[in-house]
Write a protein that binds this ligand. Sequence first.
Ligand SMILES: Cc1cc2nc3c(=O)[nH]c(=O)nc-3n(C[C@H](O)[C@H](O)[C@H](O)COP(=O)(O)OP(=O)(O)OC[C@H]3O[C@@H](n4cnc5c(N)ncnc54)[C@H](O)[C@@H]3O)c2cc1C
Length: 355
Amino acid sequence: MAGLCAAARGRELGASPAVLEKGTRAGGSMLLSSGVIWCYRTFEEFRAQCPGGDERLQRLVFERLDEGLEWLESLGAPVVTRETGNPLTTGVRFDPEGLTGSLLGAAGEVRFEQSVTVTVTVTGVPLVLASGGFQGDPELVERFVRPAAPLRARANPWSAGDGLRIGLERGAALSGGMDEFYGRNMADVDFGEDGFVSLAQVYGRYARIFNERGTEFFDHTAVSWSELDLVQATAHQPGARAWYLLDEHALDERVRYGTVRELVDAAPTRIDPTELPFEPPPGTVAAVRVAAAITHTIGGLRVDDRSRVLDRHDRPIDGLFAAGVDAGGISTGGYASGLASALVFGRLAAETALS
Ligand SMILES: Cc1cc2nc3c(=O)[nH]c(=O)nc-3n(C[C@H](O)[C@H](O)[C@H](O)COP(=O)(O)OP(=O)(O)OC[C@H]3O[C@@H](n4cnc5c(N)ncnc54)[C@H](O)[C@@H]3O)c2cc1C
């Protein structure tokens, strides 16, 4: 998303940007997303939810999101609803296909299956890194996130840390939160793009949460609204797996896409508690095996409030910008909309590069 936003904004400002897209199609993970571009209702809430994030960058997302949303609509991006369904947040849900199409139309020519890599030398023109994070590279995930076992990716297959590598090659500093990621605990089966939403098990707050050794490793009453803390903790358990154990009361709870009972009944890894490899707590009537999956990394290149990539002395690296997931440290310590960051910092990168 961020790259298309940068190109579209750049064209608006009179430039003729070239968009190199590694994949066979446009839109990256944006196309696979639910399309909700959102922010916390107040800046104080943003700080409280993502306390480790860079305050200046968060301020920008908070202050420039509405303008960005209006801009998307002006490009023809189709709105599904102006509600997020979450009392903590405000935002707009776009149709992901329509959103991608509108940005593509405004971005100009996109060269598919053209990868920006460290060996590509782009001299004399600004380069905006917007490769969508490093979740697609198991070696980088192992090095920075340090999960207990390889994580399945719940994202486009092309975001494999190329932006990070190019930045590091040019002397960039890393942001905070390199070991953090946004993801979901999924039913522990292999899945493709059509399972990204349907196999997500987002009701950990109602379950008792055990690892494969039978240790209750997370207090379910402390799970955050996004359940990201639980997903990250699961990644560090044996096999990066967990068991969600449910009693009758838990099954009757309502979650975003129905009741917990409906989700548990549909989960392919649901088993009877008697089949568990350990003794469950009394009252357990269902168990679901989940595994942590990674949607995108949270740490990345350190950027300033003009989207410029910074070196270890916090000096901007000439001609180098980063936006979207490649620009790290915005939601450190919690969860914030990746689409919102991509929109705000993608546009900003073009504005700075052309100023
Ligand atoms: C199932 C699902 C649901 C989601 N729902 C939401 C939601 O409702 N709200 C929200 O805020 N976020 C959501 N997200 C997350 C959101 O999609 C991402 O935060 C967002 O797309 C990040 O934008 P980006 O531009 O950084 O990366 P992307 O949108 O993934 O774009 C990165 C692009 O870079 C390309 N690329 C990679 N390497 C190279 C290279 N070397 N050279 C050239 N091109 C390269 C990729 O192919 C890709 O097209 C969801 C994600 C998923 C998977």
